[in-house]
Design a protein around this ligand. Structure first.
Ligand code: FDA
Length: 394
């Protein structure tokens, strides 16, 4: 006995649930299959438990892909304003944290509950604890062998996300399925992920663990201005997570730890006005006490009165702070990465509908596709927009 439905969606995450609700609302029968025991686990963990569900300033330029034009159509047809409308209809309280990033006031589960309610209202079926063992193309669509029995459907949507945080049920299954149907997959790598440091800088990072400073971080021609956090393993914080998406093994990252001031100029003024202040105390006033102590010690700079501090010392300090060059050993990998860069090659998908150009009826949505957003709600907006694009066509 096999269950027949119009549409099967593999993956009950952000993209899969959203697509299911919209497709079922158009009158299709929809079943969502997921091997996890709970839907939307990444939604629950997202945004530090408050789900940064979209951003006021969604721009294609905030997405990485081998084909930067691919995301434009879907993002322009289902926008952040559409999702904000939906959130507002459900009376979910939210706020802008900074830079257009919208977070729930209460909990991420508000967003997940909203998606599940949308699925319930539209009549989409959710089948959890179900592993998909085999997928085949049939004359009328697709047949699936699963741990919960056989299914057949006219259209199949792959919404299995990327491989980051395997403990939440993440797998590379979507990539395998894409390859099975002749699609190219760009090798994924961890992104929006902290750097690990193993050289002599690791002692400094450990000593400063927990210290956060506003920074300007550059890799190649990409620059991000946001907070940097020292950790026991290396460097994290939003500025580092953002730049990690543009970093490849072996690259050096240049960091300005005092982007708001010119240290040499500020020193000249301070030397005249506060000559009897120690260099460490002055630096602490610009950063933190712990940072000033550790930074001067690490760079072997003498802590004298400002009046007695020479030009050479200030030049060295200014260079160390404004052009701190760091060569990360690597990243923390999929264990902590928010997303994976890479995925199903978009040149073989329709940017209007997310349908495969090789296999009619087969769709890829969300993170499994080679479209990766910046930090700040961009990845969820891609999940909503790509899910909506597919739902229109299903
Ligand atoms: P998602 O990963 O959401 O869903 C995939 C589903 O497929 C899962 O339910 C999984 O169990 C299922 N699945 C996988 N393999 C399967 C298989 N073989 N068989 C059956 N089911 C299978 N983004 C953002 O915009 N704002 C934010 O605040 C955050 N915060 C954040 C925090 C953390 C800790 C992480 C890890 C990630 C974020 N993100 C984020 C990124 C965001 O979570 C991510 O981009 C979306 O969840 C992607 O949505 P998808 O539906 O594509 O995959």
């Amino acid at each position: 006995m096999s269950t027949t439905t119009d549409v099967i969606i593999i993956g009950a995450g952000a993209a899969g649930l959203f697509c299911a609700a919209r497709t079922a609302a158009e009158g299709r029968t929809v079943t969502v299959l997921d091997h996890a025991n709970k839907a939307g686990k990444k939604i629950l963990m997202s945004g530090g438990g408050r789900c940064n569900f979209t951003n006021y300033y969604i721009e294609p330029a905030c997405y990485l892909s081998q084909n930067p034009h691919f995301c434009k159509s879907a993002l322009s047809r289902y926008t952040q304003w559409d999702f904000i409308d939906l959130v507002s209809q459900y009376g979910i309280p939210f706020h802008e944290k900074k830079d257009g990033q919208l977070f729930c006031d209460n909990k991420s589960s508000d967003i997940l509950e909203m998606l599940l309610e949308e699925c319930r209202r539209a009549g989409a079926e959710l089948q959890l604890n179900t592993s998909v063992e085999e997928v085949r193309k049939s004359d009328t669509g697709f047949t699936l062998k699963t741990s919960a029995g056989d299914y057949s459907c006219r259209s199949l949507v792959v919404a299995t996300g990327g491989p980051s945080i395997p403990t939440l049920g993440a797998t590379g299954f979507g990539y395998d399925l894409a390859r099975q149907f002749g699609h190219q997959v760009f090798a994924p790598r961890a992104a929006l992920v902290p750097f690990t440091i193993t050289d002599q800088l690791s002692t400094l990072c450990k000593a400063l663990s927990g210290t956060a400073l506003p920074a300007s971080v550059t890799c190649g021609d990409q620059v991000f201005n946001d907070d940097l956090l020292f950790t026991h393993r290396g460097l994290s914080g939003p500025a580092i997570l953002q730049i990690s998406s543009y970093w490849t093994q072996g690259d050096t990252v240049e960091i300005n730890l005092l982007p708001a001031i010119d240290l040499t100029e500020a020193f000249k003024e301070a030397q005249q006005q506060k000559g009897k202040t120690h260099l460490k105390t002055w630096l602490a006033s610009l950063t933190t006490q712990k940072f000033a102590e550790q930074w001067l010690a690490h760079h072997q700079l003498e802590d004298r009165f400002l009046a007695e501090t020479g030009k050479k010392t200030i030049k060295a300090l200014a260079e160390s702070l404004h052009q701190w060059r760091v060569k990360p050993a690597g990243t923390e990998g999929y264990r902590t990465a928010e997303v994976a860069i890479g995925g199903v090659d978009t040149t073989e998908l329709s940017s209007q509908t997310m349908e495969s150009r090789k296999v009619p009826g087969l769709y890829f949505i969300g993170e499994v596709v080679d479209v990766t957003g910046h930090l700040g709600g961009f990845n969820f907006q891609w999940a909503w927009a790509s899910g909506a694009a597919a739902a229109e066509a299903l």
